[in-house]
Write a protein that binds this ligand. Structure first.
Ligand SMILES: NC(=O)c1ccc[n+]([C@@H]2O[C@H](COP(=O)([O-])OP(=O)(O)OC[C@H]3O[C@@H](n4cnc5c(N)ncnc54)[C@H](O)[C@@H]3O)[C@@H](O)[C@H]2O)c1
Length: 252
């Protein structure tokens, strides 16, 4: 139980990677605020049923007021926030996601959620972390920020922004013992994959050197590493967790 006594906020916790991260941090002893735009509070309920501490908060990462409320709930219920996992994110379901084909609404939806949401989250927790002697933040970027992938233009721009912002926050707040890192997942088997075809699933599996899709637990393990004592000398990193895809010269 290496996170015993720690308080974590994990966004996007109702499903997918965020749920996997919430489960893992709770299993390591953290009290977890499971923040999501969905009413679905199954993750928090499961953690409590398993003997852990968790609270579901319905919030929108695009809203500064929602962030303020989420942090206030965390502090009131569990104490000062030590850990933030900025996981919530979307792909462009509003329009096509090519440079020419996307709409301004599509751009706004993706950039507001994936990039602005990450900034607002850091802005909301860092002052409390500084007052409390430090903290750890992990921002979820994407392999799409490192290599070109089809139909992910606004998405890759937003995730590239997450990497830049991670480095800036790391530099600005390291003197206060606030450590900030980014994870770039490969293709992780979650609902975000939507209705991709079996053929696309196979191609994505093949692109990973390990020849399988990733799981939420794969990402949660790396987030835990950054949050645990083993992460004490790590900050500003962009860390691909992608089964080797980003360095796969064969691409099959
Ligand atoms: N699954 C992948 O292959 C993959 C690859 C690279 C990066 N990522 C990133 O990982 C993160 C999690 O993805 P996932 O695969 O678990 O997706 P998912 O769609 O399964 O889960 C995303 C969660 O975020 C929540 N959410 C969406 N918009 C929100 C908002 N405005 N405010 C609060 N919550 C919101 C959703 O309700 C959902 O619970 C995202 O940032 C995604 O871009 C995923």
């Amino acid at each position: 139980m290496r996170l015993e006594g720690k308080v974590a906020i994990i966004t996007g916790a109702s499903q997918g990677i965020g749920q996997g991260c919430a489960f893992r941090m709770a299993a390591e002893g953290a009290s977890v605020v499971c923040a999501d735009i969905q009413e679905n509070d199954g993750t928090a309920k499961q953690i409590v049923a398993d003997g852990g501490r968790a609270e579901h908060v319905v919030m929108d990462v695009r809203s500064a007021a929602d962030w303020e409320r989420t942090v206030a709930i965390a502090v009131e219920r569990f104490g000062p926030v030590d850990l933030l996992g900025n996981v919530a994110g979307v792909v462009n379901t509003v329009s096509e996601d090519t440079v020419v084909g996307m709409t301004e609404e599509g751009w706004q939806f993706v950039v507001d959620t994936d990039l602005k949401g990450t900034w607002l989250g850091m802005r909301a927790v860092i002052p409390g972390m500084i007052d409390h002697g430090g903290g750890r933040i992990v921002n979820i970027a994407s392999l799409a920020a490192l290599v070109g992938l089809p139909n992910l233009a606004a998405y890759s721009a937003a995730k590239g922004g997450v990497i830049g912002l991670t480095q800036q926050a790391a530099l600005e707040y390291a003197p206060h013992n606030v450590l900030v890192n980014a994870i770039c997942p490969g293709t992780i088997d979650t609902p975000i994959l939507g209705d991709i075809t079996e053929q696309m699933r196979k191609e994505n599996s093949q692109a990973h050197m390990v020849k399988r899709l990733g799981t939420p637990a794969d990402i949660a393990g790396t987030m835990f590493h950054f949050f645990s004592g083993d992460g004490a000398f790590l900050t500003g990193l962009t860390y691909p967790v992608d089964g080797g895809w980003s360095v796969n010269g064969r691409c099959y």
